[in-house]
Design a protein around this ligand. Structure first.
Ligand code: GDP
Ligand code: IMO
Ligand code: MG
Length: 423
């Protein structure tokens, strides 16, 4: 049975999924996004250029490869249209290669408005949402009120839209007022729907299963990270979808036994953007050094990312949840400048040391127990094999592998496509 492979983030997002998907895409026929929406920002660098994708799967730059936006995704047609225009400017031929599931849900202008109002209402306790309308759109999906991509082809579409918008306007009355140009946003939204209608809308679940049945190779591309998962992340400081491998089944319409390799990505350290607990955060010079060296500023919002050391109890947890079969470490080059590197190996809480995460990181005093490693203090440029890495870097990776019980099969040494060690 042909299985599909999955690439996803094991931390709080921005692990470098875009780069790795773009690299591996060459070995696949189809790349499919299965959850999230324009809250994602996936960066690709090659040929001296940098591209940031939000909705479009990261296989789009590889010729002949089909890219599918699955039913689990929430799509803002305005952001999507902007992304497509930028692809056109870069002469990327996507029209025959970009498919959108009819069952993906649409982000309305009022969803973004609700997102902003809800965050304003939370005040200091705000999630730190990207304000792309993600939460309100998934709420309407599970509340059975949503509009789907396939609805744009129905004669009743305008009425459906008006009904949902009216409901949103009523809901907005319970929130603080936030500025929003509804008329302008609405006009742009309807204009962008013409672009959407001109694209290949498909029944994604049939498409993907038929592709697998005929031996096509499929790579599922995760967005966000497992610690932002709606069920298992640092709730309520999470996103609104299942970011873990289970989300592949519901987000594409494939059965669990169809899932093959699960490639989990972690940075050599850890970052998070937005609010919420982050046990290994270094809100100090070390964090600042990681931020500058790693250029840790959001791909979607430009916000500075919070930085800290790699967290092994956290990674063990997300490896378990995802059934990770192999690991990829990105941004190992960022550690080049450190003489000493740390990693959390346990958490101290409730008077003891634990390898497991507590129920609720938000209301608990958790102190990471750090182990230190010797740095290598040298450039990794030009290194193509694991054995050629400095001894200290190999020791660091091997110690992590022992703790995590899964091998590092890929090590990324820079943002560019070719800077990758395959082991
Ligand atoms: P994603 O959301 O998981 O796709 O990650 P982002 O694109 O938001 O953030 C990852 C950032 O790190 C991007 O700016 C990448 O270009 C960059 N990047 C990816 N891999 C590496 C690496 O190995 N080394 C360095 N220095 N940068 C990397
Ligand atoms: P990629 O795919 C990092 C974070 C936001 C916020 C929380 C909820 O690029 O890794 P939302 O907009 O979903 O309501 O925000 O989740 N967040 C991300 N952080 N990378 C992402 O995506 C993220 N998508 C959402 O910062 O804390
Ligand atoms: Mg990102």
């Amino acid at each position: 049975m042909q299985q599909l492979d999955v690439i996803l983030g094991l931390q709080w997002g921005d692990e470098g999924k875009g780069k790795i998907v773009d690299y591996l895409a060459n070995d696949y026929d189809i790349v499919a996004r299965f959850q999230g929406g324009p809250n994602a920002g996936h960066t690709l660098k090659f040929g001296g250029n940098k591209y940031v994708l939000h909705t479009v799967p990261s296989g789009i730059f590889r010729e002949n490869l089909i890219n599918l936006i699955g039913n689990g995704v929430v799509l803002d047609p305005v952001v999507f249209q902007r992304e497509l225009r930028s692809l056109e400017q870069n002469n990327v031929q996507f029209r025959k290669r970009l498919l959108i599931s009819r069952k993906a849900h649409l982000i309305l202008p009022t969803h973004r408005w609700l997102d902003a109002a809800s965050e304003a209402h939370k005040g200091k306790l705000k999630i730190g949402s990207t304000l792309k309308g993600i939460g309100p759109t998934y709420m309407d999906k599970t509340g059975r009120n949503g509009l789907r991509v396939g609805d744009v082809e129905l004669p009743s579409f305008r009425d459906q839209y008006e009904a949902l918008k009216t409901k949103h306007l009523e809901l907005l009355k319970i929130y603080p007022e936030v500025p929003f140009d509804l008329a302008g946003e609405e006009a742009a939204w309807f204009e962008s729907l013409d672009t959407l209608r001109s694209l290949l809308l498909v029944d994604g679940e049939y498409f993907i299963n038929e592709a697998l049945a005929t031996g096509k190779k499929v790579l599922a591309e995760g967005a966000q990270g497992s610690m932002l998962d709606i069920d298992f992340g640092t709730y309520p400081f999470v996103t609104s979808s299942n970011t873990i491998s289970a989300g592949v089944c519901t987000g594409l319409g494939v059965a669990p036994q169809r899932v093959g390799r699960v490639i989990g990505i972690t940075k050599s350290y850890c970052t998070r953007v937005g609010g919420g607990p982050f046990p290994t955060e270094q809100d100090n010079e070390i964090g600042e050094k990681l931020r500058q060296e790693g250029q840790e500023f959001g791909s979607t919002t430009g916000r500075p990312r919070r930085c800290g050391w790699i967290d092994l109890p956290q990674l063990r947890y997300t490896i378990l949840l995802n059934g990770v079969t192999e690991l990829c470490m990105t941004k190992i080059d960022v550690l080049n400048i450190f003489s000493e590197i740390s990693a959390a190996t346990r958490y101290r809480y409730s008077g003891g040391e634990h390898a497991n995460l507590p129920y609720d990181l938000c209301h608990m005093d958790v102190e990471p127990v750090l182990k230190s490693y010797k740095g290598w203090n040298s450039s990794l440029d030009g290194i193509k094999t694991f054995d050629d890495l400095p001894a200290e870097a190999r020791a660091y990776l091997e110690d992590l592998e022992n703790y995590l019980g899964v091998p590092f099969k890929m090590i990324s040494t820079g943002p560019e496509r070719e800077k990758l060690i395959i082991r």
